[in-house]
Design a protein around this ligand. Structure first.
Ligand SMILES: Nc1nc2c(ncn2[C@@H]2O[C@H](COP(=O)(O)OP(=O)(O)OP(=O)(O)O)[C@@H](O)[C@H]2O)c(=O)[nH]1
Length: 233
């Protein structure tokens, strides 16, 4: 987490990763907007930015929703970029669980102290379940990270608990040295070399649509604002 000085709002970055179609975009949008949007275009990474209040204190949160379209490659840059990771699988898809398990291990190899959560999504589809809850819990325990089964569709309260807990952990973590600042990177992402922050929307959030391979090189392809209104995301 980055804190620039006493008066600035602390910042935290979360990478949401997992196999394609597990519900990463739905999860991120649900957490930030409380809304469920069923269908998303999914050929780009999305960077969300919003100021939230956690434990009565503001925190500026950036969440990268990593697109899984590129042969399911491990999103290493996102993990180096992040202050926390949320690894998602779909309880109706064994392959997504296997991939989440591998991803979790890789995350912790690269960043052993990174606050990490394992989420088994689509818990509403009990009749299609292929992964038992105990299996997820066991992987969580083995990797020393918290675990929840959730349904983004049904607005499980554990979604908020998981994000809020990881953000609280970020806030408590000592500041780490960054290769580049959040504001500078975002400023560059939106094509503003003066590093001014993008205008806030009424809901206080912005979403930046980024090309997967260019996100961490700070090159923007397109910008959207007011993501709560862009239901086609
Ligand atoms: N039944 C059910 N469907 C869900 C849930 N969460 C997401 N979905 C659906 O799962 C599909 C994939 O959701 P996305 O959010 O696009 O998944 P993603 O992981 O971002 O997919 P990629 O962008 O391909 O990586 C969509 O049809 C969602 O409506 C859930 O909790 N329950």
């Amino acid at each position: 987490m980055k804190t620039e000085d006493k008066n600035t709002v602390p910042k935290a970055r979360i990478a949401v990763i997992g196999k394609s179609n597990v519900g990463k975009s739905a999860l991120t949008v649900r957490y930030l907007t409380r809304r469920y949007i069923g269908e998303y275009r999914s050929n780009t990474d999305l960077l969300y930015r919003q100021t939230l209040t956690i434990n009565n204190s503001p925190i500026e949160v950036e969440i990268v929703d990593v697109c899984s379209c590129d042969l399911e490659a491990f999103p290493e840059e996102a993990i180096y970029w992040a202050d926390a990771a949320i690894v998602v699988y779909d309880i109706t898809c064994r392959a997504s669980f296997n991939q989440a398990t591998e991803m979790l291990q890789k995350v912790l190899q690269l960043r052993s102290q990174l606050p990490t959560v394992l989420l088994g999504n689509k818990a509403d589809l009990e009749h299609l379940r292929k992964v038992e809850e105990t299996e997820g819990r066991t992987v969580g325990i083995k990797n020393n990270c918290s675990f929840h089964e959730v349904s983004v569709a049904e607005n499980s309260q554990d979604i908020y608990k998981a994000f809020d807990a990881v953000l609280s952990e970020c806030r408590q973590a000592p500041q780490k040295t960054r290769k580049f600042s959040v504001s500078k990177m975002l400023g560059t992402l939106i094509g503003n070399v003066n590093t001014k922050t993008p205008p806030e929307t009424k809901q206080g959030g912005t979403v930046v649509v980024c090309h997967k391979s260019d996100l961490y090189k700070s090159r923007v392809l397109r910008r959207r604002q007011n993501f709560t209104a862009t239901a086609s995301l």
